[in-house]
Design a protein around this ligand. Structure first.
Ligand SMILES: Cc1cc2nc3c(=O)[nH]c(=O)nc-3n(C[C@H](O)[C@H](O)[C@H](O)COP(=O)(O)OP(=O)(O)OC[C@H]3O[C@@H](n4cnc5c(N)ncnc54)[C@H](O)[C@@H]3O)c2cc1C
Length: 387
């Protein structure tokens, strides 16, 4: 439908800065920009009614990784970059708390646990954890203390990792490693808090607007959308795994992740977050009767991008998740199931940059966008403001 006078001349008039994608990164970016430049027209465009990426569909771990995951990273990127990743997560979480407040996020410092089973893989992993225990403690300890000491209620001299025999026994694990710095947020509350903050700050938040392409124009940039061409001096692309639809040459692709919510007998799982299979599987308590169990990216299932569906593969994936969950917890019923999309690449580091003058991006949040998204948004906002 063509737009009319009020829309073209006022509501959709050229913006100073347009952010595309209302996930954690896009919402943080828009908020930081608007708070720094209240007089600017800051527009946030999102194709879905809420969001269609990981931001409304994640597990809500406020986490920094686990020993098994860190060992993978140690091999892939080395100790310096691994410490950088842990620092990014700790500082990112601190930034998210500063931005929205712990209460609005529903943040609970419950602690997390990595669970090891008697499988051959976990037995080998255990040997490696023993061999690298001190290295991991040293690499993780400093950034956690530096970023979170003033925010974490139990910060006093807590190490990054602690063996926990009682938790292992309670869950039938051969070993459990306590991650005392970890917590959980209420993802729904976080998104609602972002929306309130954006509206209060005066960001123009438009849902249902899909950007199909971007091109440079004499006065800046034109975004080709389903409501027509929109103009902006600068653009921040925050579409994570889907950024290749708008700009080429970035090493990031969308991959699906499945999640189940299981109804369990009251008190079946002690409150907390749990990492299994080097973090490829995870579970957390939602309330006394419900546990979220998800992951399985390492199994290699493929699903079509939304709005496509492949219900047969989804069912196979769910069966496999349910079978894996039975190792740790007995459930009565699956009450919810969904797919969320991650943006991943050759390593876990996000991509923040400017592909052409005025066209910026911050993408590839992997499985840690809750932790790092607000800090990544802060960085992108600074780039957009100084451009
Ligand atoms: C199942 C699951 C569990 C997870 N659990 C955790 C966790 O426990 N802890 C953690 O730290 N991280 C977790 N993550 C990762 C985290 O959720 C993501 O890294 C994070 O949400 C990514 O945020 P984002 O803003 O970069 O992207 P997204 O949330 O993907 O947002 C991008 C937005 O861009 C929009 N968009 C895309 N293309 C266009 C277009 N052309 N025009 C307009 N809009 C567009 C999409 O609709 C989407 O809403 C999980 C992810 C999944 C999928």
């Amino acid at each position: 439908m063509p737009t009319g006078y009020w829309e073209t001349e006022h509501l959709l008039r050229p913006a100073d800065i347009t952010v595309v994608g209302a996930g954690i990164v896009g919402m943080s970016t828009a908020l930081h920009v608007k708070r720094a430049r209240p007089e600017a027209l800051v527009r946030l465009l999102e194709r879905a009614p809420l969001s269609s990426g990981g931001t409304t569909r994640n597990a809500g771990f406020a986490c920094f990784g686990s020993a098994g995951e860190w060992l993978d990273d140690l091999d892939a990127v080395g100790p310096h970059a691994l410490q950088g990743l842990i620092r990014m997560r700790a500082e990112g979480l601190a930034e998210l708390i500063r931005l929205l407040g712990a209460e609005a996020l529903g943040l609970r410092w419950t602690g997390g646990w990595e669970l090891l089973s008697p499988s051959e893989e976990d037995t080998q992993l255990l040997d490696r954890i023993h061999a690298h225990w001190k290295t991991l403690q040293d690499l993780a300890g400093d950034p956690l203390h530096a970023a979170l000491d003033h925010l974490h209620p139990a910060a006093d001299a807590r190490p990054a990792l602690e063996w926990d025999r009682d938790r292992a026994e309670a869950l039938g694990a051969t070993h459990a490693i306590h991650l005392p710095w970890e917590g959980m947020i209420h993802t729904g509350n976080m998104v609602a808090a972002f929306h309130r903050a954006l509206d209060d700050a005066g960001v123009q938040r438009l849902h249902g607007v899909e950007v199909k392409g971007v091109s440079s124009s004499p006065s800046g940039w034109t975004l080709d959308t389903n409501v027509g061409g929109l103009h902006s001096q600068r653009i921040g692309l925050c579409t994570n795994g889907l950024v290749a639809h708008l700009v080429g040459g970035l090493e990031v692709r969308p991959v699906p992740n499945r999640v189940l919510v299981l109804r369990v007998a009251p008190g079946s799982l002690p409150e907390g977050t749990y990492h299994i299979d080097r973090g490829y599987l995870y579970m957390r308590t939602l309330d006394d009767r419900h546990v979220l169990f998800g992951g399985g990216r390492h199994w290699g299932f493929e699903l079509p991008l939304p709005p496509g569906r492949d219900e047969a593969t989804e069912a196979q994936w769910d069966d496999r998740l349910l079978a894996a969950s039975r190792h740790w917890i007995q459930s009565e019923e699956v009450t919810h199931r969904w797919t969320g999309w991650l943006g991943v690449g050759p390593d876990r580091r996000p991509l923040i940059g400017e592909s052409q003058p005025g066209l910026h991006h911050a993408v590839r949040m992997g499985g840690m966008g809750v932790a790092i998204g607000a800090q990544v948004g802060r960085e992108l906002a600074a780039n957009l403001l100084k451009a």
